[in-house]
Design a protein around this ligand. Structure first.
Ligand SMILES: Nc1ncnc2c1ncn2[C@@H]1O[C@H](COP(=O)(O)OP(=O)(O)O)[C@@H](O)[C@H]1O
Ligand SMILES: [Mg+2]
Length: 322
């Protein structure tokens, strides 16, 4: 699965809720766009964080440009199903005749996974879309649903291929399954924090992806505390000071030392979980720092993009999880 990360057609950002999937999707997207790729960030049922993150007044229910080389869309289930239905039926008229009758709509809402399948279909469609004789987007980044849901979503084309007789549904299912399982064209980018539960979930998610034969790319470890406290003192002397009872009880020095110790413990905990993750999943890691800011906007995205630049260039994607 060697070759550049941004040479893929689809990157799927997966991970536990709140670990920074949207942030990472945007930082990777902004970086690839800066390197000249035409990038689409496709979100599923997101709460329009793109507006704050990129400072643009759009609702993104349709593909909208965010900045040079960068587009975004917030896929809603109903709109995706409409697009997908039209794609399969090759006619808006037929689609309305079939899908927009109340009885059919009520039926569709009850079919498990159908809306998700439509969003996956729309994502796949954007990887194939042509404009002016070339692909409209070089790279699509799917800001996927949280862990509990992503395997269900990614498994759908396979379920359709295994259960539904050959027909209009199966063509796109076969094409999207062949994209999802081809490491030269598609990788899942697991995103996590270096903490107990997110790392455990990430290891399980990687296992689930492997069972489905879906290829994993690098793991992004987000919100890392700065590794070392630069005290200016040699490490041993500093350790000594942290342990010293008289220094701890000193009125001025005591609180500073306690804060320093807390900081060090926090960073050590991060290091422990980074190592644990690496041991369980021998995939390359991309590390992002905790940014301490009161507003998280496009300057934060670009700062994270800057942090990723050298790491992405140095990535060795020939490593694979066991
Ligand atoms: N590197 C970082 N440093 C500081 N805060 C971050 C970082 N990455 C994400 N966040 C914050 O964490 C929260 C969750 O991020 P988000 O990308 O929305 O997660 P998800 O999409 O996984 O739910 C947001 O408030 C975001 O601003
Ligand atoms: Mg999100």
């Amino acid at each position: 699965m060697a070759g550049p990360l941004f040479g893929r057609r689809l990157l799927i950002i997966a991970g536990k809720g709140g670990v920074g999937r949207t942030t990472v999707a945007c930082a990777l997207g902004a970086l690839a766009a800066r390197q000249g790729k035409r990038v689409l960030i496709a979100q599923t049922r997101s709460k329009n964080r793109l507006r704050e993150l990129f400072g643009v007044e759009r609702d993104f229910s349709e593909v909208a440009q965010v900045r040079e080389n960068l587009w975004a869309v917030n896929m809603t289930p109903e709109a995706s199903l409409r697009e997908y239905g039209m794609m399969v039926m090759h006619s808006a008229f037929l689609y309305r005749q079939v899908f927009e009758r109340d009885v059919v709509r009520a039926f569709l809402r009850a079919v498990p996974g159908l809306y998700d399948y439509a969003m996956l279909g729309k994502t796949w469609f954007h990887t194939t879309e042509q404009q002016g004789g070339r692909p409209r987007f070089d790279l699509v980044i799917l800001d996927g649903p949280a862990t509990g849901h992503i395997l269900t979503l990614l498994r759908l084309p396979k379920i359709i291929l295994d259960t539904i007789p050959e027909g209009p549904m199966t063509g796109p299912a076969r094409d999207s399954w062949s994209l999802l399982t081809d490491p030269k064209r598609c990788l899942t980018v697991l995103t996590t924090l270096a903490e107990d539960l997110p790392v455990t979930e990430t290891i399980q998610l990687a296992q689930g992806l492997r069972e489905l034969t879906l290829p994993c790319g690098p793991v992004v470890v987000n919100r890392l505390y700065p590794p070392r406290l630069h005290s200016g003192l040699p490490k041993l002397a500093f350790d000594e000071l942290l342990r010293s009872d008289s220094a701890q009880s000193d009125e001025t020095l005591g609180p500073v030392l306690r804060a320093a110790r807390l900081h060090r413990q926090r960073a050590q905990l991060n290091e422990h979980h980074v190592a644990r993750l690496h041991k369980a999943l021998p995939l390359p890691q991309l590390h992002l720092p905790y940014l301490f800011r009161d507003s998280f906007d496009q300057t934060a995205i670009d700062e994270l993009g800057d942090r990723l630049e050298g790491q992405v260039a140095a990535l060795d994607l020939s490593q694979r999880a066991k």
